[in-house]
Design a protein around this ligand. Structure first.
Ligand SMILES: [Fe+2]
Length: 481
């Protein structure tokens, strides 16, 4: 079987996997020949792509990490907020995963818009279990961890759908309400004597960052349990790779970049590194283009090096990218996304959320830094580049305030901290400030945090990470989990 983006799904193709809605009802059965109306239905349900059977991929088998029946049982328990059911399902998920021969997360998850929160909880449960196994946890601990994952977002069902699914930026009040979901989930289990305390704390603190900048309590790494750290990584990975009405999904590759970029800020590095061992950056069954122009399908990930899989080429020959004669080849694109340039994808993303074009002011004394940020940001935002604190203040006096300021710290004359103080005073704290700096000593970080900065990014950073951070700030709450 191979994965085909919905844009390339045509009548006559046969799905390799049955496709379900959130109630576990069959939308399209496997092996049924697709017609126009079935394809239309899949579009309406928001599927991003499907697995199909064809000659090229005949012997490529890809298994679900857990059986569709168990997944569907899990979805029901989460939908009905059935805590006893979740405890039971957690055991079954752990048993099924421990029974597997391989833990490679090969299958691109197939899901529709209508089951996001439920599907998310079950996916996070599976991801947590895989990380837990990678960390050699005992079965009883795995069950606790998976239980926490199934329950972690139940509180979201108590939040109004207008806020939960709001496509644009949340107001500060709405954001506060959104943040309350972690406590609301905790409330549902707080008085249950049969639920271990590790589960309760993981549920309550699953949005804590290791640098202490998360919520609800701002716990830092030393105050967090391993359960909290694992749940946070799994939660964000699944949120990033999900398609939502207002955002395209990140590829596993981009999501891994995001996790790596957030190590020691949001995430525990050891947990991220463990997780990455099980995420093939190029998933089995996807078409890719090699640097010599040839196309092939990912046949197998060796599990040893997830950037160098084995491919089957269009002429049927096999290429192992780990073999010495092929080491000069690299995978340059995934063909399922071939009709999309990154700029077009970004434009689409913008159109999907129908918001205005945000304006970003960048303050940095280094020309190279300014240029680099301009290249990353200009396709998406209106960007104003200022070379000093004084110039920034002058700009603000003469122009409409931007939606966000990216601020360097180490600048001659007026440094970024002083400039920020003045900007906050001038704008009455209305404009969020994101520090982008090479400085990461404790004193500077603490000073920035005490100034209520919207974020802090240490150079060198990955473009995908800075874009995500900006999006998170501009949309108030972009962590779509
Ligand atoms: Fe959450």
């Amino acid at each position: 079987m191979r994965y085909v983006d919905m844009k390339h799904v045509t009548p006559g193709m046969r799905p390799a996997k049955t496709l379900f809605d959130s109630m576990g009802r069959v939308l399209v059965a496997s092996n049924v020949v697709l017609n126009e109306s079935a394809i239309q239905k899949l579009w309406e349900y928001g599927f991003d792509g499907i697995y199909i059977e064809d000659a090229l991929s005949e012997d490529i088998e890809i298994d679900y990490m857990i059986s569709p029946a168990l997944r569907s049982e899990g979805l029901s328990c989460v939908r009905e907020q059935n805590i006893d059911g979740c405890l039971n399902i957690a055991k079954k998920i752990v048993e099924e995963i421990l029974d597997r021969e391989t833990l490679m997360l090969d299958l691109t998850d197939l899901r529709s818009f209508d089951d996001y929160t439920y599907a998310h909880s079950v996916n996070v449960a599976v991801l947590c279990c895989v990380i837990g196994v990678g960390l050699e946890m005992e079965e009883s601990d795995l069950t606790k961890l998976v239980t926490a994952a199934l329950i972690h977002d139940l509180g979201k069902m108590l939040i109004s759908p207008e806020i939960l699914n709001k496509p644009g930026r949340l107001t500060p009040e709405e954001y506060e309400i959104m943040k309350s979901h972690a406590d609301l989930s905790y409330e549902l289990i707080r008085d249950r004597y049969d639920i271990p305390s590790q589960v309760k704390t993981a549920v309550r603190f699953h949005h804590e960052n290791v640098d202490g900048s998360g919520y609800p309590d701002g716990l830092d790494a030393s105050q967090q349990t391993i359960f909290i750290k694992i749940l946070h990584v799994a939660d964000v990975y699944d949120a990033l790779t999900s398609k939502r009405p207002y955002k395209e999904p990140y590829s596993p590759y981009e999501a891994c970049e995001y996790l790596m970029g957030g190590c020691s800020i949001m995430f525990d590095q050891h947990v991220v590194e463990t997780f990455l061992r099980f995420v093939p950056l190029h998933q089995k069954g996807t078409m890719v283009t090699l640097s010599d122009g040839r196309e092939g399908i990912i046949y197998e990930n060796s599990g040893f090096h997830n950037l160098r899989p084995i491919l089957r080429m269009l002429d049927g020959s096999m290429i192992d990218l780990m073999a010495s004669e092929y080491l000069n080849l690299t995978i340059i694109t995934s063909s399922s996304n071939i009709c999309f340039s990154p700029e077009e994808a970004e434009k689409d993303r913008e159109n999907m959320i129908h918001h205005k074009r945000y304006r970003i002011m960048v303050v940095d004394d280094m020309k190279t830094n300014l240029h680099m940020l301009r290249e990353i940001l200009e396709p998406i935002y209106d960007v104003a580049l200022l070379k000093s604190g004084a110039q920034a203040l002058l700009y603000l006096q003469k122009n409409e305030y931007p939606d966000l300021v990216l601020m360097d710290i180490d600048m001659p004359e007026m440094d970024g901290i002083e400039t920020t103080r003045r900007i906050q005073e001038m704008t009455n704290h209305e404009v969020p400030i994101l520090f982008v700096t090479a400085l990461c000593d404790k004193e500077t970080v603490l000073t920035c945090r005490s100034m209520n900065a919207a974020g802090y990014i240490v150079r060198p950073y990955k473009p995908v990470y800075i874009k995500s951070e900006i999006k998170r700030i501009l949309q108030g709450y972009s962590e779509v989990s």
